[in-house]
Design a protein. Sequence first.
Lengths: 114, 115
Amino acid sequence: AQSVTQLDSHVSVSEGTPVLLRCNYSSSYSPSLFWYVQHPNKGLQLLLKYTSAATLVKGINGFEAEFKKSETSFHLTKPSAHMSDAAEYFCVVLGSGGSYIPTFGRGTSLIVHP
Amino acid sequence: DAGITQSPRHKVTETGTPVTLRCHQTENHRYMYWYRQDPGHGLRLIHYSYGVKDTDKGEVSDGYSVSRSKTEDFLLTLESATSSQTSVYFCAISDATLAGSYEQYFGPGTRLTVT
């Protein structure tokens, strides 16, 4: 069984300040973890992924996420928010063992103020 | 960008009419998925396919059927559309990568309104 919880439904930051979007997961197997971004009226785009290699994962547009097994977390960060980062972000978990059906979090809406 | 297209992109239909949405991929990926996205519910899996003619139900499959006669095409049919099926529908594809993960790639979505 696998599940994912995004701890904040909305996060509001000012442009130029750090971004932290929180995600906790549970999985019976060593998981793969993903963050997706969805801009308004668009499809989902893969931001970054963890697949049991390095625990600190770098993605597109300056985003990073750190896999912490002891905390079952995979939080998404960015040092400095840009207006174009305003979007919906989804944390996704996929158990190993040949599973190809991921579980999505409910999403976190990132609001960036000028 | 992964080669995934969805058609139509927008559709308005009346209650009780059949509707078919098409997902087409050029990546030769084995797995294909249909999701619906509604405010407050995130993405919910309707049906998925793990090969030609191999499909299975997701968490919200009632009222929907699918078919996959070719690797590249995955069709979603609403046999008799209802207002509760007004939603944005996303197709996704995946396959095993060298790292063994199955990240998904999404189409642009179809906005369906049932009046």
